[in-house]
Design a protein around this ligand. Structure first.
Ligand SMILES: [Zn+2]
Length: 207
């Protein structure tokens, strides 16, 4: 297998994590989220997507997970790639490019409601693949599934570069594909946080 011509390998989770560390998209330390939870790790995925080469490697790797799925491959190129939020836009463009998929859409939060940035009518959207940079709770992707369903489009794939293992691994029967599955531990408060008990300096993060 290895090195055989024409064989497209998907990088291992360890290789993906090395890329995320190298670009600063994954950090270890002591972080406090706006909701007051503490963690020992922090992902800021757009830092990996600021470099063209890295962005391409990550998006192509994720696209391969979709291409090996016969049901998805058989529907290309009449497929829409959809991002639930701004963080997923570079992923969506990279996956669209690698799969030569026909359409791309992205959603935004508007007055607390997730809506497509593009004006979309019932029946406009091809069978779709929803992609994001990271799935932490799964709420954004779940809302996007609802949005897509309301417009009458079938969902044939879901995926992200990183999925927290606490998030769903499938949505309405569609498996969520990811390059890394990360077992993130959240501490609800400083009292229960291991890093706090060690006296590690804390960094407040915005997202
Ligand atoms: Zn702490």
């Amino acid at each position: 297998m290895a090195g055989a011509p024409g064989v497209q390998l998907i990088p291992s989770p360890e290789e993906i994590m090395q890329i995320l560390k190298r670009t600063g998209a994954f950090r270890e330390g002591h972080f406090v989220y706006p909701n007051g939870k503490h963690t020992a790790h922090y992902f800021q995925m757009p830092l990996a997507f600021r470099y063209y080469d890295t962005a391409r490697v990550l998006a192509v790797a994720l696209s391969r997970k979709f291409r090996v799925d016969r049901d998805i491959a058989s529907q290309l190129p009449k497929v829409s790639i959809i991002s639930p939020s701004s963080g997923g836009i570079p992923v969506a463009f990279g996956v669209r490019d690698a799969l030569s998929a026909e359409q791309i859409y992205w959603a935004e939060q508007e007055n607390g409601k997730r809506m497509f940035r593009q004006y979309v009518n019932q029946g406009d959207i091809n069978p779709c693949i929803i992609v994001d940079d990271i799935i932490r709770s799964g709420h954004a992707i779940e809302e996007t599934v609802g949005l897509v369903r309301s417009l009458g489009a079938p969902i044939i794939g879901c995926g992200a570069i990183v999925r927290f293992t606490s998030a769903p691994d499938q949505l309405e029967g569609v498996a969520i594909k990811s390059l890394v599955e990360f077992d993130e531990k959240y501490y609800d408060s400083a009292e229960t946080c291991v890093e706090c008990t060690k006296g590690a300096p804390e960094e407040h993060v915005r997202f």
